[in-house]
Design a protein around this ligand. Structure first.
Ligand SMILES: Nc1ncnc2c1ncn2[C@@H]1O[C@H](COP(=O)(O)OP(=O)(O)OP(=O)(O)O)[C@@H](O)[C@H]1O
Ligand SMILES: O=C(O)c1ccc[n+]([C@@H]2O[C@H](COP(=O)([O-])O)[C@@H](O)[C@H]2O)c1
Length: 200
């Protein structure tokens, strides 16, 4: 790793899973394995966020969340990185801009759970993100219908690709997005915090 940037050979297909991971849980592990398989990715990078710009309450320390991520997943294709803190941004559009410039030959796919597609139109420069990276959305309990009806899904409806073509998503020209439906895992960081299993 140079300056905290993971190593990626040109031509690799890399999924980017940005998250608060406060704490990481079985839902993150599930969608990571699912995305690796269905989008035929070489790697998934967990981008452990300095803090989601839309969440009022700051998360636990980055060090603690990074350590918890390493403890929950040890997979040869999964890279856990605090890249955003190193770059000095918490906005996905800025992160992607830096990543694209650093890895000109790599094929990236932005990954997110269906709940994030529901909110996606509130993100900074969300339409730039849509138009510059293919997006893989993984269904999440209770969010599937809302995701399909969300402002982002409606505005980019004609760029939606059938899940049967999921393997081609890393090679698709943006805008391109696919919503995968299938077995879901109910877990959330909120539930774990509310249960007192991740005390501050
Ligand atoms: N059980 C799950 N199923 C599908 N996607 C998930 C699941 N849990 C998290 N994700 C996705 O993983 C990414 C990172 O999620 P995050 O770290 O915010 O976890 P969370 O459980 O959603 O947290 P919180 O409850 O604090 O909002 C997001 O894109 C989110 O949609
Ligand atoms: O760029 C934005 O405006 C923006 C707004 C909300 C969320 N995000 C990113 O979305 C990812 C998921 O966030 P979270 O808190 O739901 O895990 C994480 O990488 C955040 O930085 C980004």
């Amino acid at each position: 790793m140079m300056h905290g940037f993971p190593i990626a050979e040109p031509g690799l297909r890399v999924g980017l899973l940005g998250g608060s991971f406060d704490p990481p849980h079985s839902g993150h592990v599930h969608i990571t394995r699912w995305a690796l398989r269905r989008f035929d990715l070489d790697q998934v990078w967990w981008l452990v966020s300095p803090g989601n710009p839309l969440k009022a309450e700051g998360p636990a320390s980055l060090e603690r969340r990074m350590a918890a991520c390493h403890a929950i997943i040890d997979h040869p294709k999964v890279v856990i990185t605090d890249l955003e803190a190193r770059i000095g941004t918490r906005y996905t559009a800025q992160t992607l801009d830096r990543i694209f410039r650093h890895y000109p030959g790599t094929r990236f796919v932005w990954l997110m759970g269906a709940d994030n597609l529901v909110q996606f139109h509130k993100w900074d420069s969300w339409d730039w993100i849509m138009e510059n990276v293919p997006i893989g959305v993984l269904s999440r309990p209770g969010e599937q219908i809302r995701a399909g009806l969300s402002p982002a899904a409606r505005r980019y409806a004609r760029y939606r690709r059938d899940a049967r073509r999921a393997r081609g998503l890393p090679f698709a020209e943006a805008p391109a997005w696919t919503l995968l439906t299938g077995r879901m895992v109910q877990e959330s960081s909120t539930r774990i915090r509310d249960a007192g299993h991740w005390p501050r």
